[in-house]
Design a protein around this ligand. Sequence first.
Ligand SMILES: C[S@@+](CC[C@H](N)C(=O)[O-])C[C@H]1O[C@@H](n2cnc3c(N)ncnc32)[C@H](O)[C@@H]1O
Length: 295
Amino acid sequence: MTGTDLTTATTSAPAAIPGQATPYQGDIARYWNNEARPVNLRLGDVDGLYHHHYGIGDVDHAALGDADDSAYDKNLVEELHRLESAQAKVLLDHLGPIGRTDTLVDAGCGRGGSMVMAHQRFGCKVEGVTLSAKQADFANQRAGELGIEEHVRARVCNMLSTPFETGRAAASWNNESSMYVDLDDLFAEHSRILGVGGRYVTITGCWNPRYGQPSKWVSQINAHFECNIHSRREYLRAMADNRLVPQAVIDLTPDTLPYWELRATSPLVTGIEEAFINSYKDGSFQYVLIAADRV
Ligand SMILES: C[S@@+](CC[C@H](N)C(=O)[O-])C[C@H]1O[C@@H](n2cnc3c(N)ncnc32)[C@H](O)[C@@H]1O
């Protein structure tokens, strides 16, 4: 793998969502272009890593302090952000050995927090795609502020049809972005861009086949985010059909519950907290990490 531009020489990135974007993808682009919830921006302001995903790990109650304390709200924001960055760290832990000359692909990169963390950790190049021009601009501006724009770049692009060269990525991932697409189409594209032996990682919410069907809470989450949560079984089947062999399937549900329970008490609630907490508790929904090798 090399750190050179993964884009094929014959393909340039158009300003709008490049080819084959559906009306649904136009809706999702609009959703993320208009998204400016304080829960995402205030947390990102803590240290300049902007995430659009959830947190994992134990809450540090000592760091939070007393709820009556004037510093409590600030501490709460910092704690939620710490847990969200811990989530991205666990994803990066599963990418395997990555060298400075490798190139990684973040599919559905949001405002780029995971990309920056990946570059800071591995020193490599990271290419991100998002449907949202606002997110791509934000991520690129942030990379510029950090002086890493030669290494970290976001572009507006449908992750099902990327301009990246076949077989050149050392690793790729979806961090809470796979519920917007058909999994066969998604994994076919990851399988195409990854070199043989490359690593694919997803962290995602999925419905639990043991529950039977998507629960009312899962339906509520789908409606809230305009997405289509897949079952755990669908992930494993679609990977098997696309030369991605799981090496680790980790149930992060117990690790993410403390984040949700803390968030539900905060002034930054968005109204979807109850659906996450109830579905994680009744077993209908799970937060999983799946790491797979391209064979
Ligand atoms: C919940 S956000 C996650 C952002 C980021 N991965 C993170 O962890 O902060 C979902 C992201 O998926 C992107 N997305 C959804 N469907 C996509 C598609 N077909 N192609 C590219 N990006 C897509 C959205 O634009 C958004 O950036």
